[in-house]
Design a protein around this ligand. Structure first.
Ligand code: SF4
Length: 321
């Protein structure tokens, strides 16, 4: 089975039941990203390509860990040999850290506001990175908004200042203020991600009350000349109620602006718990649309050094999958 077809099928299910040898070191327990706060997830990989699956004993997809990371994935009666990748922080090969867990906003699809609020100290972050420095290619930072947007940005900038000189590229994804792009660029951040989240303005307003889509777009447009094409990203969630045409139009708006869309299947949680994950067929058809839009705009996600386009665990990524 071709990887992209397998991956679309795995992402449509989104989970796996893990059996076999103990898999400590291969399980990510995350406070951000799809499945935040759940039972954890694993990264199954085959021939250098990767998918992240949330652990769920009820899943129809089985992974048998044979020990030392060697694993066999069972999908629709087929046995597919691969490996479980060791996780650094949150994902393989990166220290992807959530600076502040907890948020004053309440995006409908996000479980972060329902988790215990906690901000990592800068010393704690430095120590976490020191722990994994021999097995990472990048540092990525994200954050909820604990007090207010300006204060959160100041704190994240302080974290970046302490991490500059770490010798690996740093990627940052936070909710922006007017000067976020400039300030991150001045500190030597390599890549940024500001998320449009939903395909249309109406959906965004419903899903992300209190957030400004205009501010996100303004920051994306400011970022492209600073960080360069192929180094500015934006998550677009699929499964919030958008049509394929609306998804395509949003993908094309982003690529025309020089931004790489991260086309992300919804992980139904929080107020979107009853929503349905997009099907394999829909993911494959959007993958084709996404690939074409990137190609026409001359954008290439395989150039990404940090965050989700470098990880690829949760999404179909043209140029990598
Ligand atoms: S794709 Fe992004 S959210 Fe998903 S595991 Fe990788 S870094 Fe985390």
């Amino acid at each position: 089975m071709r990887w992209k077809i397998l991956k679309a099928g795995l992402l449509a299910e989104g989970s796996a039941c893990l059996k076999g040898e103990p898999a400590e070191g291969y399980i990510s327990a995350s406070t951000a990203g799809p499945g935040a706060g759940g039972r954890g997830s694993v990264f199954f990989s085959r021939k250098g390509r990767r998918v992240r699956l949330a652990l769920d004993p009820e899943s129809s997809i089985r992974i048998n860990h044979m020990g030392k990371g060697n694993a066999v994935l069972n999908y629709q009666g087929r046995e597919i040999a691969g490996i479980l990748e060791p996780v650094a922080h949150h994902c393989p090969r990166q220290a992807y850290l959530t600076v502040s867990s907890g948020c004053i906003f309440s995006c409908q699809y996000c479980d972060v506001p329902n988790q215990p609020q906690r901000r990592k100290t800068i010393d704690e972050i430095v120590a976490m990175i020191e722990d994994v420095k021999d097995r990472i290619d990048a540092i990525s930072l994200t954050s909820g908004v604990m007090g207010n947007v300006e204060e959160e940005e100041e704190y994240v900038l302080e974290v970046v200042r302490r991490l500059s000189g770490s010798g690996v590229p740093i990627g940052v994804s936070i909710y922006p203020t007017e000067r976020t792009a400039d300030r991150l660029h001045e500190l030597g951040v390599a890549e940024v991600k500001f998320n449009v989240e939903a395909a249309t303005e109406d959906l965004f307003a419903r899903m992300c009350p209190g957030l400004s889509l205009k501010a996100i777009w303004r920051t994306l447009e400011q970022s492209v000349p600073l960080f360069g094409r192929n180094h500015v990203f934006s998550n677009l969630i699929i499964g919030l109620g958008e049509t394929d045409q609306e998804a395509e139009s949003c993908i094309r708006d982003l690529t025309r602006a020089g931004v790489i869309p991260v086309v992300r299947p919804l992980f139904p949680t929080a107020a979107c718990r009853s929503f349905i994950r997009p099907s394999k067929e829909r993911l494959l058809s959007l993958y084709e649309i996404h690939s074409k839009a990137l190609e026409e705009a001359g954008l290439d996600p395989s150039q990404a050094m940090t965050m989700c386009s470098a990880c690829t665990g949760c999404d179909m990524v043209p140029g990598r999958d």
